[in-house]
Design a protein around this ligand. Structure first.
Ligand code: SAH
Length: 356
C-alpha cells in the first residue's frame, strides 16, 4: 500500500459508523515504517478528543482466589503452586488511604472471581470508601448476577471494567472452560443498563488470534461505545496451559491502541500494566504516543504484590517511585498528569476532523 492509500483507509475507518473489517485488517498488517502514519493520526485524535493530560488511577488487587480456569491466567484455579490471599477490609482501607494521600482520585478494585467474597460485604466496603473519601470507584471483579452489579452500583461504585478478552466465539470457548462469550456480553450490557461507566478490552497475542479476530474486537468496541478500553499483550505464565506460547507482539499492541483510539475517539485508553511489564518504561511512553491517555499505579500491599500473578511480574517499585516516573514521562512528552477523577467523557460535541 502506498502512503496515500494508507491515509485514505485511516480516514475511512475514522469516519465510519462501523469500520469495515477489511480496512482494519489492512491497517493491522501495515509494516513498521508504514504504521507511523497510523500512530501519528491516533495521537492527533487523542489530543483532539481527550486532550493532553494523562489520567491516573490507583489499583488494589483485593484477592487472588478464583473459581475460573482461564487458560492464560496464573490465578486460574488449576494453579496449585500459587499461595492464595484475600485482603481484609482494614488492609483495603489502608491501600485506599495511600491512594488518597498521593492525590489520585480513582481506586480500581480488581480481583479473581473469589467465591469467598460476600457481595454484601463488598457493597458495605464501597459505602465505607465513598463515605470517607472523595474518590471514584472502579470494580474489576469478574462475572456475577445483575443483582450483585446493581447492589454495588447503588452502594456507590460508578465504573466497571471487564475485558471481553476476545470476540471470537471458538477462541473464547477454548480459553475459558465453563464460561461463555454470551454471558460475558450479558455482564457488559448489565453494567451499561445500570449506569456504570463501562470498560472492556482485549488481549493481543492469544493463540489462533488473527488480524480478522482483532478487527472484530474493534467493531465490538465501536458498537458498545465503551468509556474505557484496556488493551495489552498476552504474557505467558509458566503454570498455565499457555505457558509455552510466545508473548503478544508489541507492534500489534501499538496498532490496536491506535485503532481503538481512532475508532472509539473519546474512550479512556490506558497504557496497561501488561505493556510495561512486557516491555518496560519505553513501552509505556510509546503507548501514550499512539493513543493512550491513562496510567494505573499499583497500591496492593507489597507483601501480596507478587501473588497477584496473572502473568509473571517484574519486581514492584513503590507507588511513589512509579508516580514520580510517570511525572517524568509526562514531562518528556510535553504533557501533564491529571489527578482528577477522570470521568468518562460523555456528550462532548463531535466535529469532523481530517488529517491531510
Ligand atoms: N477476574 C476479573 C479480573 C481479571 S484480571 C475479570 O474477569 O475481569 C484482569 C485482566 O488481566 C484480564 O481481563 C486479562 O485481560 C488480563 N490477563 C490475565 N492473564 C493474562 C496474561 N497471562 N497475559 C496478559 N494479560 C492477562
Amino acid at each position: 500500500m502506498n502512503p496515500k492509500e494508507t491515509q485514505l483507509i485511516i480516514n475511512r475507518v475514522y469516519n465510519s459508523a462501523l469500520p469495515e473489517p477489511g480496512d482494519l485488517v489492512k491497517l493491522l498488517n501495515l509494516d513498521y515504517a508504514a504504521s507511523r502514519s497510523l500512530f501519528v493520526f491516533a495521537d492527533q485524535v487523542r489530543e483532539r478528543f481527550v486532550g493532553d493530560e494523562i489520567l491516573i488511577r490507583g489499583i488494589v488487587e483485593v484477592s487472588n482466589y478464583c473459581r475460573n480456569n482461564c487458560a492464560y491466567c496464573g490465578l486460574n484455579r488449576g494453579n496449585l503452586q500459587l499461595p492464595r490471599y484475600r485482603l481484609s477490609e482494614a488492609e483495603i482501607m489502608e491501600c485506599v488511604g495511600r491512594i488518597y494521600e498521593t492525590g489520585i482520585k480513582t481506586v480500581v478494585m480488581q480481583s479473581g472471581e473469589d467465591e469467598g467474597f460476600d457481595p454484601r460485604w463488598l457493597a458495605s466496603l464501597i459505602k465505607r470508601i465513598k463515605h470517607k473519601y472523595n474518590l471514584a470507584i472502579t470494580l474489576s471483579v469478574g462475572e456475577t448476577s445483575r443483582e450483585n452489579y446493581r447492589l454495588w452500583k447503588f452502594a456507590g461504585a460508578e465504573r466497571f471494567l471487564m475485558k471481553i478478552e476476545t470476540t471470537d466465539r471458538d477462541l473464547y470457548q477454548s480459553l475459558h472452560p465453563g464460561m461463555s462469550l454470551q454471558n460475558r456480553v450479558r455482564c457488559l450490557h448489565n453494567h451499561d443498563e445500570l449506569g456504570y461507566q463501562t470498560g472492556s478490552g482485549c488481549m493481543i497475542g492469544l493463540p489462533g488470534q488473527t488480524p480478522m479476530t482483532l478487527a472484530s474486537d474493534l467493531q465490538f468496541f465501536k458498537k458498545m461505545d465503551f468509556d474505557m478500553l484496556g488493551i495489552g499483550p498476552f504474557i505467558p505464565h509458566p503454570e498455565t496451559p499457555l505457558g509455552n506460547i510466545p508473548a503478544g507482539n508489541m507492534e500489534t499492541v501499538y496498532k490496536m491502541l491506535a485503532l481503538a483510539r481512532i475508532v472509539s475517539r473519546r474512550t479512556h485508553l490506558p497504557a496497561t500494566t501488561a505493556v510495561s511489564t512486557l516491555s518496560g518504561r519505553e513501552a509505556t511512553r510509546t503507548a501514550l504516543q499512539v493513543g493512550a491517555n491513562v496510567v494505573m499505579i499499583n497500591f496492593t500491599p507489597e507483601k501480596y504484590h507478587h501473588l497477584y500473578e496473572i502473568y509473571p511480574r517484574r519486581k514492584g517499585v513503590s507507588e511513589w517511585e512509579e508516580l514520580s516516573d510517570l511525572e517524568n514521562i509526562a514531562m518528556e512528552l510535553g504533557r501533564k498528569v491529571n489527578y482528577s477523577k477522570g470521568d468518562a467523557i460523555k456528550n462532548v460535541k463531535e466535529y469532523g476532523f481530517a488529517v491531510n
